[in-house]
Design a protein around this ligand. Structure first.
Ligand SMILES: [Zn+2]
Length: 59
């Protein structure tokens, strides 16, 4: 996914069971994705946000 702050960075999130750190990706009935836990970039733009039902919620 692209970083939602607009910096153009591509964020790679691992959703496979064995990965660390990893995220849980849920799709609701409408196909909207939710991620948990939140995404926090420790370098670059330092974005910290949740993805809930396809919407970015900034921390
Ligand atoms: Zn960014």
């Amino acid at each position: 996914m692209k970083c939602p702050c607009g910096c153009g960075r591509t964020i790679e999130l691992l959703v496979i069971e064995e990965a660390k750190p990893r995220w849980d990706l849920d799709l609701d009935a409408g196909g909207l994705p939710s991620l948990s836990p939140s995404v926090w970039l420790t370098s670059g733009c330092k974005s910290h946000f949740w993805l809930k039902r396809g919407k970015v919620i900034w921390v």
